[in-house]
Design a protein around this ligand. Sequence first.
Ligand code: PGA
Length: 254
Amino acid sequence: MGKKKWIVGNWKMNNNLSRSAVFFDYIHHMETKEPDIFSSLNIGLCLPNVFLPFASSHIASRFVQFGVQDISAHISGAFTGEVSAAMVAEFGAKITLVGHSERRQYHAESNELVAYKAQKALDCRLTPLVCVGETLEDRQNGITDEVIIRQIKPLFDISITQLSQIIIAYEPVWAIGTGISASAEEAQTVHYTIRKLLEEHNLLLREIPLLYGGSMNARNAVSLLSQADIDGGLIGGASLDPETFFDVIRQAKI
Ligand code: PGA
């Protein structure tokens, strides 16, 4: 049997308390009904920070790891409005996104800052899910690989022992929220580039899970997840509704 695939939801700034309660009840129900599906995958859900204590107390999930969508580059101090890795870890987070393209775009996060956040997550025993991806313009200019390599290289300042604990999500910016997923071949090509880059840095990094994100859903999950270097998916829109999310989970059990 191959490695367990990852399915990670990213709610972004969506859903509310009552919808969350319905969501967690449904997941709990499905976990109880179909434990084999859940145990055959690594499942994560990156929530808005304020939902974290609710999620951890509402559903004592055996299978779903809760997480957040960003952390501060600092552990504590005078950083109004920020939330640290240490804080979310205390409230039950196991994973955190860093460097999502919406953070890079709307908050001008640099590749170096993203690597720094990944380091902080690792220091607090959170798994950072580092997002990388090219814009449509980058792709049209034929610089996809160059952009991805530039985004990943600052991570190489992290020790190999720690770095081997990260997850990378390839999310082409043009595929996020557009309904236009990269084709399985397009995604595999970039994943292969990332795998080689990691391997060349250190062979121990070849096991880092590489997730694809960008309009992934129950219809395209199987073809994407059957690619040699695609170890899972980061799901935005299709993770908001519990039944839709579970459809993706069911497809991922391949
Ligand atoms: P999407 O979002 O699945 O809605 O395209 C993915 C993401 O931004 O992580």
